[in-house]
Each structure stands twice: as structure tokens, then as C-alpha cells.
Design a protein around this ligand. Structure first.
Ligand SMILES: [Cu+2]
Length: 114
């Protein structure tokens, strides 16, 4: 007798014990640093609210594992939202791609999962 396999849209495990992991995070860009409202993200879809609180233009690149996301260049005071699907035990690197900004301190890391 044939056995039907589970639907392809079966959701993945929910990290119910990841009390400190965030599914929404605020990232503030300043001259020249990146501040994050959490250090650890849930294993799954994460909403990133990016605000340029600096006096000059900045952008944000997020990369790690299969995650490759970037904002456009944000003028001072501007904000935008990006969503990323972080999964597994990965470290995400965040930085500003404008020339010299990363070297001056505009980089940060986020952990994914427990
Ligand atoms: Cu910058």
C-alpha cells in the first residue's frame, strides 16, 4: 500500500526555547558604528529594521551561510526594512559597504539559533 509523504510545506521546527533569540531586530547605523537591538536571531525568517542615525549616508550588507541581503544607500535619517531567512547555526556578518566605513568600525555580527 502506498504511503503519502508529508506535504512539502510542512513548517520547520519552532525554537520554542530560544527565549532570547529575536525574530525582529533594529539595526542602527551611525558614524561609524553598527548597533543591534539583539545579538541572537531565531532560526527562520527575521525582520530587520535598519535606520541611518548618522550624519552621512550608509548602507547595510548582511551575509553568512545562505544569507546575502543588502539595503540601498540610506541618507541620514532614512530607514528601511529587509527580511532574511536565517537558518542553522550560523553567524551573520553585518557591515556598511561605503568606502572605509567598515574599517572605521561599521561592522557587527549576529548569531542565529541557540
Ligand atoms: Cu557607512
Amino acid at each position: 500500500m502506498a504511503v503519502l509523504l508529508a506535504s512539502a510545506c510542512t513548517p520547520g521546527p519552532v525554537p520554542v526555547d530560544a527565549v532570547q533569540a529575536a525574530d525582529t531586530i533594529d539595526v542602527g547605523l551611525t558614524d561609524f558604528a553598527i548597533a543591534t537591538s539583539a545579538e541572537r536571531l531565531v532560526d527562520g525568517v527575521v525582520t530587520v529594521q535598519v535606520t541611518n542615525a548618522g550624519a552621512t549616508a550608509h548602507d547595510l550588507r548582511v551575509a553568512g551561510g545562505d544569507v546575502q541581503r543588502a539595503t540601498s544607500v540610506l541618507p541620514p535619517g532614512a530607514s528601511t526594512v529587509i527580511r532574511l531567512n536565517a537558518s542553522g547555526e550560523e553567524t551573520l556578518n553585518l557591515w556598511c559597504t561605503l568606502p572605509g566605513h567598515r574599517r572605521q568600525g561599521m561592522e557587527a555580527t549576529l548569531r542565529v539559533g541557540s
